[in-house]
Write a protein that binds this ligand. Structure first.
Ligand SMILES: C[S@@+](CC[C@H](N)C(=O)[O-])C[C@H]1O[C@@H](n2cnc3c(N)ncnc32)[C@H](O)[C@@H]1O
Length: 293
């Protein structure tokens, strides 16, 4: 069994990337923190408020070290960041260092659950949440998952915009997609690839990029695009989506709220897309459209 030690550092959110880079130079490659952002709802769907000033807990993990090696790494960290107080070094069990969650039944023959959970006669996506949005709980995620798991993506390339935990990418890959690119504004690489490994999936590539910027950092054309960020981001990235989606390609859109989904879908249709189907769960709207040519 792997021995994992953990220390907690209090870090200002605006300094988090710089801190992680310095830790990497010291030889620490595994960290975890919850981004202090609030998911709000605005006129067109989700809104994001990231709190730059907030102090957050950065969890720093050491694997496979004995206690004295881990202690000497802690001393180096204290020197580097000029920390005077004692940092408590805690041994965590391999079994419980991830956050756990109750299995989620999508009521379509599929379940999302931790690897050790054995359902009776259901198909299962193995998943361990590490904090990103998309544990499968949100209505938009569940509605999209049902649409995705209903299909076979054999031979298809898929671009997942606002991938979060990568749960939609994972579903596409499990349903035989050839190539999957998971894009998010946050660095979700570790979480996406970890969950991919729990499902023996190895064809998901993670790209960190902002869909509202012009440079997306993805190359090639895709047969399918998922976007579950928010109505505003869907509107502002339609030029890009239209450019990368192949003729007759499929666009799965969610994160729209019912009071503006018509406006968002009208804009998408103005690029010559036909609405195939749509669902509403509570105030959230999800749709699948085909690009006409
Ligand atoms: C509502 S979550 C969706 C997560 C997952 N795809 C799902 O369906 O459960 C939206 C994700 O979009 C990301 N995001 C927000 N604004 C973004 C932007 N401008 N560019 C790229 N990703 C963005 C967030 O970090 C978050 O992970």
């Amino acid at each position: 069994m792997i021995v994992i030690f953990e220390v907690l550092l209090r870090v200002k959110n605006s300094l988090i990337n710089e801190t992680i880079e310095k830790l990497e130079i010291l030889g620490v490659s595994s960290t975890y923190y919850d981004v202090p952002y609030e998911v709000t709802v605005d006129d067109n769907g989700y809104g994001y408020l990231e709190k730059e000033d907030r102090e957050i807990d950065l969890h720093v993990y050491f694997y496979d070290e004995d206690r004295s090696e881990a202690e000497s790494l802690v001393d180096k960290i204290k020197d580097e960041f000029e920390i005077e107080e004692t940092l408590e070094l805690v041994e965590v069990s391999e079994d419980n260092w991830q956050q756990s969650f109750e299995p989620i039944d999508l009521n379509n023959g599929w379940i999302i659950a931790e690897k050790d959970y054995s359902p009776n006669s259901l198909n299962k996506i193995n998943f361990e949440s590490q904090g990103s949005f998309g544990t499968g709980l949100h209505e938009t995620t569940q509605d999209l998952l049902r649409y995705i798991l209903d299909r076979d993506f054999e031979g298809k390339s898929v671009l997942d915009l606002g991938a979060g935990s990568g749960i939609l990418s994972l579903a596409a890959s499990i349903k035989n997609a050839d190539r999957v690119v998971a894009l998010d504004i946050r660095d979700v690489t570790e979480e996406v690839l970890y969950n991919a490994s729990l499902n023996n999936v190895d064809n998901i590539e993670v790209v960190i990029s902002d869909v509202t910027s012009k440079t997306f950092g993805v190359s090639g054309k895709f047969d399918v695009v998922f976007i579950n960020i928010g109505g505003e981001e869907t509107l502002s990235s339609m030029d890009f989506i239209n450019e990368v989606l192949k003729p007759k390609g499929l666009l799965f859109v969610s994160g729209m709220v019912e009071w503006s989904s018509e406006k968002v879908l009208d804009k998408v249709k103005s690029y010559e897309y036909t609405l195939d189907k749509s669902t509403k769960t509570n105030e959230w709207a999800t749709a699948v459209l085909t690009k006409n040519k």
